[in-house]
Design a protein around this ligand. Structure first.
Ligand code: DX5
Ligand code: ZN
Length: 216
């Protein structure tokens, strides 16, 4: 799956830029609160409207403090998938159950230095692990190679448990990196600058998908 990040879209033309990614699997929406990360983007009222106008379902990535308190409202706002950060949740299993009860798929995101191991016995409670391949906060950063072993360990644990949990990567995904990441076991690729920086957005989505397919 290719999920373009609208962080690299034109914030004055979000409806138009969502229409440009109608071939994608999901639209990745980065919510930042200027506390969990040093950047501020959009919040609940905007996400609610984006869910109404988007041609593809929303994959909301919450980079916010106190996820336990704020995340469930994003499921109610129409996000098909809600990902919170492991580092920002007090009770991740309770929150995951609440999000599923709200009708959303649940993702748990890990900063590059956060280990996946504490979550390996809890994989049945979630639908997706997001392995951050840059420090969250900004688009256009370079891919951190040292995150690939975590992608491999996550995929191996999912297979060993016989689950169909998705493994998402976010940060520095491009034609240069997508094959290596797919070979490591990811199946959901977030790409912001690579997609919205391309001349032909639909062709870039197709190229990333083909390269990932060929490598996996
Ligand atoms: C960064 C965000 C990403 C960002 C990725 O914190 O979570 O979704 O948009 O941007 P690129 O693909 O440009 O690295
Ligand atoms: Zn993101």
């Amino acid at each position: 799956m290719i999920n373009p990040s609208i962080l690299s879209a034109d914030f004055a033309n979000l409806e138009r830029d969502l229409a440009r990614i109608a071939d994608a699997d999901y639209a990745h929406v980065d919510v930042m609160d200027n506390h969990f990360v040093p950047n501020l983007t959009i919040g609940l009222p905007v996400v609610r409207r984006l869910a109404q106008v988007s041609p593809v379902p929303l994959d909301v990535h919450l980079m916010i403090a106190d996820a336990d308190r704020w995340a469930p409202a994003f499921a109610e706002a129409g996000a098909a998938s809600v990902t919170f950060h492991a580092e920002a949740a007090q009770a991740p299993v309770r929150l995951a159950r609440e999000l599923r009860a709200g009708g959303a798929r649940v993702g748990v995101a890990l900063r590059p230095a956060t280990p996946v191991e504490p979550f390996l016995d809890l994989l049945a409670e979630i639908d997706m692990v997001l392995v951050m391949t840059v420090e969250p906060g900004f688009g256009g950063q370079s891919f951190i190679e040292g995150t690939l072993p975590k992608v491999r360990r996550t995929r191996a644990a999912i297979e060993a448990a016989g689950l169909d949990t998705w493994v998402q990567v976010d940060g520095g995904v491009s034609r240069d990196t997508v094959g290596r990441i797919a070979a490591a076991g990811a199946n959901v690729f977030v790409a912001g600058s690579a997609v919205y920086g391309a001349e032909d957005v639909a062709a870039e989505i197709a190229a990333l998908r083909d390269l990932a397919d060929a490598a996996s």
